[in-house]
Design a protein around this ligand. Structure first.
Ligand SMILES: Cc1cc2nc3c(=O)[nH]c(=O)nc-3n(C[C@H](O)[C@H](O)[C@H](O)COP(=O)(O)OP(=O)(O)OC[C@H]3O[C@@H](n4cnc5c(N)ncnc54)[C@H](O)[C@@H]3O)c2cc1C
Length: 337
């Protein structure tokens, strides 16, 4: 049995104090952390329950942005009127993930910090560089259908599993954190990290830092957007490949576009140069194909996941076409026609 102390933080300063030691984990909805503890993948010595912190509001900010508290559930975020009308891309991505029960418990801060779904990470009988650095990675040459085609390293090919984060990347959200050294605002593209030579670090949070909110910039791309998720089952499955597109059209031309890919790398994958090259172009197949090539340039499969490269190429074309056409999307029915 893995013993741990359970602490319940009454306010944010107390959570920061309690979270400052080694082998401490914050407990939010628990839908990922408790699973990992049951499997002995994570063995915190102290569990700091943050559920009493005042981080459950969605707040309009004076600059037009919308602040999502870290403890607002994924369901309450997706169905909030302001999110659904101004940021339908985010609602759509959240509702494509997990199940209604899970979304009722899962929080925004927890969604950002959920761990990879690589089967070897969950199997404590096999070596895994994330769990035990430098022991090796069984995914190479093993079961890696879900694993990365971009930005991996010889030590690790795991992907980040979140749907919500792919939309947040396309919306250029900002993550607000507080910790022993004070408050910070982290642009979303800098929040998650590629494995590099520290594959055990998923993100750029410093020890003891707590996510307090996620800010959505005023521009929500509510007219032309798409979240397309391709997976093995129609629901309750992680993405093989997903694409979030946020586009603004002016007089029939692309004034701005953001494209983020899920299921292909250890972080939501964006290539600003691919987006920049589409600016002022008329939406059309040739332009979309160029963007798709630029996004996937250098993509490498390991055999079992080779299929992801053509799958991603087609998904990008389809998502861009849907976004440009302003194809209405159901926020609740996530079946793929
Ligand atoms: C069966 C199943 C299917 C799923 N399918 C999908 C899917 O299709 N798409 C998808 O996107 N997700 C999916 N998920 C994952 C789910 O979305 C996450 O488990 C959930 O978002 C985590 O949120 P939580 O509040 O429960 O986090 P917890 O489990 O409480 O915490 C997760 C991690 O985040 C840390 N943490 C939590 N809050 C904070 C904070 N404020 N600051 C700093 N660190 C924090 C914790 O310490 C822990 O390390 C699925 C999960 C399950 C169990």
């Amino acid at each position: 049995m893995n013993r741990f102390d359970y602490l319940r933080a009454a306010d944010i300063p107390e959570a920061v104090r309690q979270g400052a030691g080694e082998h401490v984990a914050f407990l939010a909805g628990g839908t990922n952390l408790i699973d990992l503890m049951k499997e002995s993948v994570e063995r915190p010595r102290e569990l700091v329950d943050i559920n009493r912190l005042p981080l459950r509001d969605i707040t309009e900010m004076p600059d037009g942005s919308l602040r999502l508290g870290a403890l607002v559930t994924n369901a309450d975020t997706a169905y909030d009127d302001r999110v659904a009308s101004r940021y339908p891309l985010l609602s759509s991505a959240i509702l494509a993930g997990a199940s209604p029960q899970l979304r009722n418990a899962a929080t925004n801060g927890g969604n950002l910090n959920q761990r990879t779904r690589c089967v070897y990470f969950y199997d404590v009988q096999t070596p895994c560089n994330i769990r035990s650095p430098l022991l090796g990675c069984c995914a190479f040459g093993g079961v890696y259908r879900y694993n990365a085609i971009r930005g991996s390293s010889p030590e690790w090919i795991a992907t980040h599993p979140s749907d919500m984060c792919v939309a947040l990347a396309a919306l250029s959200a900002v993550v607000r954190v507080t910790g022993p050294e004070g408050d910070r605002a982290i642009p979303f593209e800098d929040y998650h990290r590629l494995p590099g030579d520290e594959p055990w670090r998923d993100n750029t949070l410093k020890p003891g830092e707590l996510v307090t909110s996620i800010d959505l910039p005023a521009e929500g791309f509510a007219q032309n957007y798409t979240y397309l998720k391709l997976r093995d089952r129609l629901s309750y499955a992680f993405a093989l490949v997903s694409v979030a597109v946020a586009m603004r059209l002016e007089e029939g031309r692309i004034a701005e576009v953001r494209i983020a890919l899920g299921g292909v790398a250890h972080k939501p994958w964006r290539r600003p140069q691919a987006e920049e090259a589409m600016r002022n172009e008329q939406p059309g197949r040739q332009v979309f194909e160029r963007a798709s090539e630029a996004l996937l340039e250098g993509a490498v499969g390991q055999g079992e996941n080779d299929f992801k490269i053509p799958l991603a190429r087609k998904a990008i074309l389809r998502a861009l076409s849907q976004a440009a056409a302003g194809t209405p999307q159901s926020q609740t029915d996530k079946r793929i026609a």
